[in-house]
Ligand binder design. Structure first.
Ligand SMILES: Cc1cc2nc3c(=O)[nH]c(=O)nc-3n(C[C@H](O)[C@H](O)[C@H](O)COP(=O)(O)OP(=O)(O)OC[C@H]3O[C@@H](n4cnc5c(N)ncnc54)[C@H](O)[C@@H]3O)c2cc1C
Length: 407
């Protein structure tokens, strides 16, 4: 009897490992090649600040999170949905719950490492072979791959019936997602959109006084606006600018404004739950000799660092009258100088350009070679959309491989 077809998966992140699982379950011989000594390093990093696996919002809103790529992601998400992702985690003994903003987390008893461990033992049961410290160097001929075994420093030419490349984006290089694969793609004519930071902090040129006085302080229950887009949540003022979910969600809009050469201006609404009228009414109460910080604290529960922030970004006349102050609290201007460096970003925009791929995520120039995960040119906000996107494209690419091999 003929051996089942072989599939090489390059990159042991969530996209690659899910593709490996799906293909092994379908009966293929699967080998995963991973450059690092262990797989899933970025997956484990993702677990540090609250392991947000996916999101429980409805399908239409969910796919809209992928911006320009929402049409194609609708199909990926139908193929491997947020619900299926939760069931998959449960099949590994990791149960999940829906937290605030519909974010889906594993129960507190389950650590990210538990999930990875259970997953790797499932892959082992399925016969998936894992080759760590094996770095993919590029394509050879029409179908083969060049890989360096970094334990022996030997270069190997690998031939398989199909390949899935899931090499990750270009942030947090220390996890292995260094984006260095781009040159090998470009060497065979595959176009890649340059990487840019996504879900990252924004830089503000605070004065030395502000940096010393405020350092790192949160502003809770705010709304952050960039042009017509706005996001509710909490931001952290830092020595270099701003961090936090609303800033991350606005990075595409900020990037667009910055690249157009126009000043990128964020506006902070410090009291988004009050109507303009309610805000003005509260500010029209007599100050009775109270200082601005005392008045803001007592009337609006706006304590530190708000008075220092207002002094930093607005002239004294902006706080002189109740109407002016109301307007300022509604739209505190934050001039953004730039985004934080790519390596610090939670994810990256850019990667393999969509026209290079067919609808099965197969490279048009290299039949039999599929691409999945963050190395594709898409971005999405934090909130579980990143991992879900990686899992769904991994499952979709695996399906494409199976169809292609059947043909
Ligand atoms: C701090 C932080 C927190 C995050 N939190 C969340 C969260 O809560 N929820 C969420 O949805 N997402 C989160 N993410 C994002 C998420 O971790 C990534 O989007 C996801 O891991 C990308 O999966 P991937 O499989 O595409 O790539 P990766 O996980 O980056 O895996 C790619 C793999 O390919 C390997 N590789 C690269 N080049 C080569 C090569 N030449 N040869 C062989 N192997 C190679 C790498 O070593 C790596 O193991 C977070 C990310 C960070 C940095």
């Amino acid at each position: 009897m003929a051996l089942p077809s072989s599939v090489a998966i390059i990159g042991g992140g969530p996209a690659g490992l899910l593709a490996a699982q799906r293909l092994a379950e379908a009966g293929y011989r699967v080998t995963v090649y991973e450059a690092q000594a262990t797989v899933g390093r970025k997956f484990l990093v993702a677990g540090h600040g609250g392991f947000n696996l996916t999101n429980a919002e409805d399908a239409t809103s969910f796919s809209a999170r992928y911006g320009q790529q929402q049409g194609i992601f609708q199909e990926f998400l139908r193929h491997f949905s947020p619900h299926e992702l939760r069931e998959w985690a449960a099949s590994l003994g990791i149960h999940t719950f829906v937290g605030t903003s519909n974010r889906v987390f594993p129960l507190a008893v389950h650590k990210p490492a538990d999930l990875l461990r259970a997953w790797l033992s499932r892959l082992q049961e399925l016969g998936v072979r894992l080759r760590t410290r094996h770095r993919w160097l590029g394509f050879v001929g029409a179908t083969s791959l060049l890989v360096r075994d970094e334990t022996t420093d030997q270069e190997l030419e690998i031939s398989s019936d199909a390949t899935v490349l899931a090499l990750g984006g270009a942030s947090w290089a220390k996890t292995g997602s260094d984006g260095n694969w781009v040159s090998a793609f470009e060497a065979v004519g595959v176009k890649c959109v340059p990487f840019a930071p996504s879900n990252c902090g924004a830089e503000v040129a605070w004065s030395a006084f502000f940096q010393t006085k405020v350092g790192r302080m949160p502003l809770k229950n705010i709304a952050l606006h960039c042009g017509t887009e706005w996001v509710r949540g909490e931001v952290m003022l830092t020595e270099y600018g701003l961090e936090g979910t609303p800033v991350y969600a606005l990075t595409p809009a900020l990037r667009a404004a910055l690249s157009a050469g126009t000043p990128a201006l964020l506006h902070l609404d410090l009291k988004p739950d009050l109507s303009d009228e309610q805000l003005l009414t509260k500010l029209q109460k007599p100050r009775a000799g109270r200082s601005l910080p005392d008045f803001l604290r007592q009337q609006l529960r706006l304590g530190a660092p708000v008075p220092t922030l207002l002094r930093e970004v607005a002239p004294p006349e902006a706080t002189a009258t109740p109407p002016a102050l109301a307007q300022l609290l509604r739209r505190v201007p934050l001039p953004i100088q730039g985004l934080r460096p790519l390596d610090e970003a939670i994810s990256s925009a850019g990667g393999v350009a969509w026209p290079e791929l067919n609808k099965h995520l197969m490279l048009r120039r290299r039949p039999g070679t599929f691409v999945a995960g963050e190395m594709l040119d898409w971005e999405a906000p934090t909130g579980g959309y990143l991992l879900q996107g990686c899992f769904s494209t991994g499952a979709w690419a695996a399906q494409g491989v199976a169809q292609w091999l059947r043909k």
